[in-house]
Ligand binder design. Structure first.
Ligand code: AHR
Length: 316
């Protein structure tokens, strides 16, 4: 595993120095259409972006869409009507954005996609500040293949249907397990990125798979669903992290506690501090500069050996 960690840290974790520069942004008014608060990661991301705006003197207009795309479209239109300097959009799903993005473009308002992507022309937005979800899925699969010597029946807890996070994490995982004929994804269903959704779907997987006896591992598209699965596995009388391995994505404090307790086995970090590079991009565009179309923010894979230490650092 040590060699694997080195590979993960060295090869895949291409951190791009998030929050490196702090430009002055006083007087800027920015709208932020957030998805909701479905997970611990999402709550941290919201808090981090709000804190970064405050630190920079930005007037941040925040709108919580409660998981509904129609609310996000309304919020973006309202930001356009208010004549904001820029918009951060965390799109709940990938499709259906062309019209409203065109409206923002016509109004001369730069839109930064934060965390998730859209299936629309790149000309319609300024940049995307996000992790490469395909890489995260591939990293989870590579860990699982190494841990199980390429022999495992896996159940997959998918994120929100239609989201780039779920689509790409699934694709990345499948791209790697496709090279291992004895790794099979035996069940796959959405738990909507929530703890309760993960628990409920895992309960149904356990029932369908002889109380869990046929399941070697859980691949959860986020930590909250993994934590829900932990509860379901315990209630089924099995030991999560041993009878059934668990790999997930986000690296929230609670997953480090679970790993330290032996309940889960690996997590891949998703950096929630996306405000700095997003605000910098808007400022650069306003000043006439150019901005890359994708500002990547991938993080490393963590294993139980550092979990207690990480939990202590992250839970303060
Ligand atoms: O889009 C990123 C995902 O959305 C995070 O992994 C998940 O926790 C969140 O809700």
């Amino acid at each position: 595993m040590t060699g694997f960690r080195k590979l993960a840290l060295g090869g895949v974790a291409m951190c791009i120095g998030l929050g490196m520069s702090v430009a002055a942004h006083a007087d800027m008014v920015i709208g932020f259409s957030q998805i909701g608060s479905e997970s611990g990661w999402r709550t941290s991301e919201t808090a981090s972006i709000k804190a970064e705006a405050e630190r920079r003197g930005i007037d941040l207009k925040f709108s919580d869409a409660q998981q509904k795309q129609e609310n996000q479209i309304k919020a973006v239109r309202s930001f356009i009507a208010q004549g904001v300097d820029g918009i951060l959009l965390a799109p709940v799903v990938e499709t259906g954005w062309d019209q409203v993005l065109q409206e923002a473009k016509d109004a001369g308002i730069p839109v930064v996609l934060v965390d998730r992507g859209v299936a629309a022309s790149e000309d319609l937005y300024l940049t995307k500040v996000a992790s490469d979800f395909v890489v995260e899925g591939a990293l989870a699969a590579a860990w699982l293949a190494a841990e199980t010597n390429g022999v495992c029946d896996v159940v997959e807890l998918q994120g929100t249907v239609g989201s780039s996070a779920a689509n790409d994490r699934k694709a990345g995982f499948e791209s790697v397990v496709g090279n291992f004929p004895a790794i099979n994804i035996i069940r796959s269903q959405s738990g909507d990125f929530t703890r309760s959704g993960g628990k409920e779907v895992m309960e149904s997987f356990l029932k369908a798979e002889d109380g869990g006896k046929n399941i070697c591992a859980v691949y959860a598209h986020n930590d909250d669903m993994a934590l829900g699965a932990v509860q379901a596995i315990k209630e089924a009388g099995l030991k999560p992290g041993a009878d059934i391995l668990i790999v997930s994505i986000d690296a929230v404090p609670d997953i480090f506690k679970a790993m330290a307790d032996g309940d889960t086995n690996a997590t891949i970090e998703l950096n929630p501090h996306l405000g700095g590079p997003s605000f910098d991009a808007i400022k650069t565009a306003k000043d006439g500069g150019t901005v890359d179309k994708w500002i990547k923010a991938n993080g490393p894979l963590f294993l139980p050996d550092t979990a207690a230490e990480e939990y202590a650092k992250r839970s303060q």
